[in-house]
Design a protein around this ligand. Structure first.
Ligand SMILES: [Zn+2]
Ligand SMILES: [Zn+2]
Length: 141
């Protein structure tokens, strides 16, 4: 049994599947229905607008999005936020300035990872090849 603090009301509850306590879960379902309905009627709406119009917290709507209950194609992508600085972005995970900051570092890591991967694959192929060869030889005996 796992006890958890409900992020909505702070109550301690037994964690089963959802992040929220049963009461908030029920409320959350209601909220989700409202959001779902609003988005169905206003395709491509921004999350900010959904939040304003429905009175439901943006963080909740973003959670639905993260959980895949709302598809990112159904709402305006501007609602995305940079994972590093929280600035609004139109796509991807980081804003342009964070991206620029990251790119130099990431490029190097990716290059290293790629080299490591290729090296490992080459080793695997070598090992596998000789193994298969020996197995074949044995079969013939
Ligand atoms: Zn709760
Ligand atoms: Zn950023």
């Amino acid at each position: 049994m796992q006890l958890k603090n409900c992020p909505e009301c702070g109550k301690v509850f037994t964690f089963i599947r959802t992040n929220l306590c049963p009461e908030c879960q029920k409320e959350d379902e209601e909220r989700f229905k409202i959001v779902r309905k609003y988005i169905a009627l206003h395709r491509g709406v921004s999350i900010g607008t959904v939040s304003e119009e429905t009175g439901i917290k943006e963080t909740n709507i973003l959670r639905y999005l993260r959980e895949g209950r709302i598809l990112s194609g159904e709402v305006k992508q501007q609602a995305l936020k940079c994972e590093l600085c929280g600035v609004r972005i139109t796509g991807g995970r980081y804003c342009e300035s964070c991206n620029n900051k990251l790119t130099s570092g990431i490029k190097k890591v990716m290059r290293d990872e790629n080299e490591k991967y290729l090296q490992e694959e080459a080793n695997k192929r070598k090992g596998k090849g000789s193994g298969m060869f020996t197995a074949d030889m044995r079969k013939k005996d």
